[in-house]
Write a protein that binds this ligand. Sequence first.
Ligand code: PMP
Length: 325
Amino acid sequence: MQVRADFAAAVGNTPLIRMNRLSEETGCEILGKAEFMNPGGSVKDRAALWIIREHEKSGALACGGTVVEGTAGNTGIGLAHICNARGYPCVIYMPDNQSQAKVDILRTLGAEVRVVPTVPYRDEMNYQKQAGRFAAQLSNGVWANQFDNTANRLAHYQSTGPEIWQQTDGKVDAFVSAVGTGGTLAGVSRFLKERNANVYTALADCMGSALYSYVTTGEAVMSEGPSITEGIGNSRVTDNLDGAPVDSAVQVTDQQMVTIVYRLLREEGWFFGSSTGINLHAAVQVARELGPGHTVVTMLCDGGAKYQSRLFNRAWLAERGLSPD
Ligand code: PMP
């Protein structure tokens, strides 16, 4: 019998799925890692699990200790699931510009959600800084700190990277990934390049982020935004992204993302979130640059259900000049 023992054991080992139309159009194999099949529903289950495990190993998190994070999205969901499974209270700080649906799901999963005013990162009242300060004064508690805690990229170095290598029999030519914290891109890129230095790695960036500029010029300068994507883009180079072996970057507009997400829904039945659209558009671009016959792998970060009121709401898109057709 092939039985996974518990929630943690159900994280990872996701299938690698061929994107058929995109592969046929480019003459390449465009393959997506099905992270939406993780038990918490996204790629962030891996980071959440590794962060908690590393804190347990170091002794910073003991029985009944509290896990604290500043997050608006998938990391909080992953942490809340794992905290329940392991008996840790979970406290999530979130800015007040997020949809009520996100607050509701975290509360349903049992997390204590503290909604705080939306202020920039440099402000001491920023939600991430408040999370760090609250965790620091707990006697048995940790700050997950997904942006700068490198247990995040370690998750992808130890799990996602080896899975991709094995699932492609080492025949991967390129890896493409959007960046929020940078854990995915940094961890997978490092692993694959250690196996084969010729694997080409590319950062897929949304508008209103500084990372395209960082990779192409060495300086993190924000591009014109904003973007309707969620969970990706960054104004700074996190500790997780720092030093990642990245060869190039591709900038993807919201319209390009919307077009590919709706195409795959209509043509092949896939229901993906916005960061997956950024990844797939960039993967096609990289495939075109490399030419036919190459294998390009990217991440299918999460499913579309969480994006019902925005990405999958035609009126909301139209107000922003975006069209699914
Ligand atoms: N896609 C989604 C839906 C996410 O929630 C995130 C993480 N915020 C990412 C992509 C980016 O992953 P990473 O943090 O590893 O860069």
